[in-house]
Write a protein that binds this ligand. Structure first.
Ligand SMILES: [Zn+2]
Length: 337
């Protein structure tokens, strides 16, 4: 077993992932419309600070600043020829911070959506998505990433394309989707659909789960949905810090460190093994999350009412799995051969 994430998943009962990338970088002066990946080259000290913020707060895993580092997204900044280089740099800085930590810390090469809509609704073919993700994965691997980590995905075909790309790059991986539309992804996937999908992928991830979406409550409802399908693979929970609110024209997350500590404990009780934050989650939140996980024993999964009592209400009445939804089909329930 040579992969660090695989090893830690065996050795540990839970792992703390990191928090927000965007929120931290905006605080360092990134403006909307900038490509943060360019900072891997032009402002590496800011990226070191981003990664150190997570590692010094106790994260066992952190994501690289390469979320939008695919050819389609980089083309918007006329940097599509720099995909390999910018991903390699992002991972190299990560390797440097992880190796200097004195602990075992996983460098996870972030891979976000292409930003294009998959065919037949859109123009992105499966093969071109694989090609883009593969190019990015090769850069991450060359820079020393332990794993690739695809996140915030809505379309099952795009998730599958990433899995294929990581297979081509021979890079172990993990992946999360974003359930931001009444309990489903924007493309209609439920938590149950995702478990069925990952368990039959030819190149299985080391862990899978949910990130971002709406608020932390919704994310935990999705994690309960994963657990109800009794997945074979470890589950990842990366929820936003509280509930997003519009303040002066931008999104603000109101979750306090204390609240995120409670979220982390609830996430573990819901069945998550890798627990982190997403938008709005800062180093001080991570410190509180680590302390809460260390100081609170695992207990039974919470009810939906217990989740909302702590973290606030859900954004929708249903998680997409209710009685008014189509029943799971045999096809969906089939286990991997
Ligand atoms: Zn987020």
């Amino acid at each position: 077993m040579s992969n660090l994430l695989e090893k830690l998943l065996v050795e540990r009962d839970w792992l703390l992932a990191d928090g927000a990338t965007g929120t931290n970088l905006f605080n360092m002066g990134l403006t909307a419309g900038d490509a943060p990946e360019l900072w891997n080259d032009t402002a590496p000290e800011k990226i070191r600070k981003l990664y150190s913020g997570a590692v010094d707060s106790g994260s066992d895993i952190f994501l690289t600043n390469t979320f939008g580092g695919n050819a389609s997204r980089m083309k918007l900044h006329d940097a599509q020829s720099r995909v390999f280089e910018l991903n390699k740099k992002g991972a190299e800085i990560g390797r440097e911070i992880a190796d200097a930590s004195g602990r075992q810390v996983v460098v996870a090469g972030s891979v976000g959506p292409t930003g294009d809509i998959m065919a037949p609704m859109g123009s992105l073919t499966f093969d071109s998505a694989v090609e883009m993700f593969h190019e990015q994965a090769e850069g991450l691997k060359a820079g020393g990433a332990d794993v690739a980590w695809v996140e915030t995905i809505s379309a099952p075909e795009e998730f599958q394309a990433a899995a294929r790309a990581f297979e081509l790059a021979e890079l172990p991986w993990a992946g999360t989707m974003s359930f931001d539309t009444a309990g489903r992804t924007m493309m209609g996937m439920t938590s149950r659909d995702m478990v069925a999908m990952v368990e039959k992928l030819p190149n299985a991830p080391l862990a899978f789960g949910a990130n971002c979406g709406v608020g932390a409550s919704d994310l935990l409802r999705t994690v309960l949905g994963f657990a109800a399908s009794t997945p074979q693979l470890p589950v990842i929970a990366k929820g936003n810090a509280g509930i997003p609110k519009y303040v002066d024209g931008h999104i603000h997350y109101d979750g306090t460190p204390e609240l995120m500590g409670q979220y982390a404990v609830l996430a573990r009780n819901c069945g998550a093994k890798i627990i982190g934050g997403c938008c709005g989650t800062m180093p001080e939140h991570l410190v509180a999350m680590r302390a809460a996980l260390e100081n609170t024993p695992k207990s039974a999964a919470p009810s939906l009412d217990e989740i909302t009592a702590v973290l606030g209400g859900f954004s929708s009445a249903s998680d997409g799995l209710g009685d008014n939804e189509p029943a799971p089909t045999r096809r969906n329930r089939r286990k991997r051969a």
